[in-house]
Design a protein around this ligand. Sequence first.
Ligand SMILES: Cc1cc2nc3c(=O)[nH]c(=O)nc-3n(C[C@H](O)[C@H](O)[C@H](O)COP(=O)(O)OP(=O)(O)OC[C@H]3O[C@@H](n4cnc5c(N)ncnc54)[C@H](O)[C@@H]3O)c2cc1C
Length: 775
Amino acid sequence: MRRFAGALGQCRGLRQRTAGFAATAANTYDFVVVGGGAAGAVVAARLSEDPGAKVLLLEAGPKPPPDASVPVACGGLQQTAVDWARRGPGGGIGQKLKDGMMNLPSGKMLGGSTSINYMAYVRGDPGDFDAWAAGGAEGWTWKEVLPYFRKSESLISDAAPEAAVDKEAHGFGGPYSVSFRNPQRDDVSAFVRAAQEQGYKAADYNSSARAELDAAGRGVVSPHQFSIKANGRRESSYTAFLEPHMGKRPNLHVQEHARASRVLLDGQKAVGVEYVEEVGLGETKQVYARHEVVVSCGSYASAGLLLRSGLGPKDELADDGVDCQDTSAFDEYLKTGRGLAATGLYEASAFYSSGLKPSNPSAQDGQISFCCCTSLPSLWSMNFGIKDFTEDNWNFEKMFHESQPSGMLLFTFNRPESSGEVRLAGKDVHVQHNYLTHEADAAMYVATCKEGIKFLDQPSLKGFGDLEVLIPKALSERFGTDLQSDALWEAWIRSYAQTIYHPVATCALNTVVDSECRVFQVDGLRVADASIMPDALSGNTQAACIMIGEKAADMIARQYGRLLGKRSCITCTGVWEFMLDVETCASKIRIYTGQDGRCKGDALVTFANAASVQLAVKFLHEYEIRPGCRICVQQADFEEVEKKSAKLSKEELKELATTRKPDADRAKYIAAKNVLKEAVSWSGEMDDGTGRRIVILKHLFSPEEAEKEGAEFYTELAQEVQEECDKIGQVLRVTPIEQHLQGIVCVKFKLSSEAEECIRVMDGRYFGGRTVEAH
Ligand SMILES: Cc1cc2nc3c(=O)[nH]c(=O)nc-3n(C[C@H](O)[C@H](O)[C@H](O)COP(=O)(O)OP(=O)(O)OC[C@H]3O[C@@H](n4cnc5c(N)ncnc54)[C@H](O)[C@@H]3O)c2cc1C
């Protein structure tokens, strides 16, 4: 009975499924998450908390280098291999850029931009999220997102000198460490006091207090909360969410150096992802998602990946040579905060509303921050690419004087009206920010600068030292030195302002994705990262991205939780693994019948793990198994049964022993135990202690077929499998597990490399009309 389809070497083409896709058990996952940054790492980690969910995370970069863990080294990571190192025109700013192009860094490594960022942990104004919801993003009000902020966070609150902490607003048991600088620097304390003297309220900027503004638009001030661990090392979404589980959680697969090139679509359904290996030969590979693909590549690249997959404006995509599905007409747009960028850690912020934003006058568009200026001139020059960054223009002696205190006020314009765009370019995207191209923006930004510079007149900062504002000579010569001059500030902004790295809204809620982050008009595809924010935040973005990851994972788990359970029941893996009967290898499920032989409606299901029992009760109790029929699930109580069961007498036990055939029974018992071990192991691997030498081939027969073919069936099957496997390596034993519902045959090789090759060759082949799974 030669039933393998084709000879070895030809059989791989037979894996083709519908629409030309080549999904096999080995390259198919429940969920494929693309991008392991702020949001993607959270999505992958949370989804894989369910051991029944097989999750693949594709990340274009590697693990972060050691420097990434050192907070002050963050600037030095830009323009290296772990930065996408994109560049783009400034639009209405950046007149003094060397070649008119601004650096647009973003992390290309696990942790994404949380591995390269400046670590300020700022959530935004509660009004930002309420506005998202008012705009149609149901479920995204401040009240509704706060639990997700709290879920991820672990605030180290005893390290909060002089900072107000609203404990209600924070999480203390989540994976993401948030801390304060301790001890606080004197200049930072002086800045916070000066802000208070100017009318700002010292309060926790990550709490509801952030929403309060006085009549002059002044809100709260506080030293920064940072994503820094208790040991002083950077916390990133990699260190918090992935590192603790990688290699330990067998259902979480992380593929580094894997740059997704497109989402694979079968009609209007996302079925997988094509990626290119960024190392070695640069092979192109495909992976498949049984349930969903989640795109979390950040604002620039998520938009790029959708566009490259043919999801976007049809005409534009045709110009870019992309074959477009005729399903959608997404408008992609991009908004971002900007400011005079900091090189040292920026230490404290006060939040301000200029009242000038046409679309929302109460928006907190200004963020006034204090930075300690400890960086090297070379870093400024490298990261900001300013052409007149010369000693003569900037007075380096005073800026970088080691023994004299110096600081920097950083004015961030958080809520612009102008928007930019992302277009495909080569393997990546071209980004055009169009900063300050909307007529209202310059006035808003100037207002924030003028408000912030007044801090220097407050007693606390005045008394702090003999402060001098260093104005670049190129400006003072043309516009004078009056710091209340709008012309001077606008020229300063247009010459030297740069991005502050918070691009958002390229795949916005209600524009490209619905309130559950699902891409409109495509099944099985979500986006979860900064790109879904409908508008720029009144603050930094990492905290909100992590919140988005938490919320998206929760939405997905709610949608598929029960599905995963059901699937796992059938395959006997994951949380729902059944105990198998070692005699029959069938799942231990007992349906009770009455004396008349009819089902009583009760069943006893025996699981391999106690934890599975709890999960079964949690998920299946009250489950509507078919319309109108809800099942009641509870833990079995054996006390009563034990009381009733009569024990066998010594004579009866002896008689039973004489009927046993110890050797045959023992062999059968061991084989069945192996099956059980394989069925309940997380990865399906069989390891006899010398490396993986035993391969499990599934779906080679059905018990019905075996019965029909007669006594020789299993011997012939073993011979045939042996013949095929002999072509791969030295086979020591072939053991069909008789009567097994999944048609299992175990093959033992001499070498583990032969076992690996067998898995590679056999997985996905056809055998007797079935697709073989090899583990
Ligand atoms: C220099 C810098 C400083 C910052 N400072 C702060 C700060 O102090 N505080 C703050 O709150 N925020 C800060 N931010 C912003 C914040 O870090 C980001 O907003 C946030 O990390 C964005 O999260 P994300 O999940 O959208 O994308 P990211 O965190 O950027 O993650 C995207 C991931 O997707 C991967 N990826 C992209 N394309 C592909 C592809 N095709 N295939 C596979 N993988 C892909 C990337 O390599 C990356 O790992 C800063 C950002 C930068 C760049």
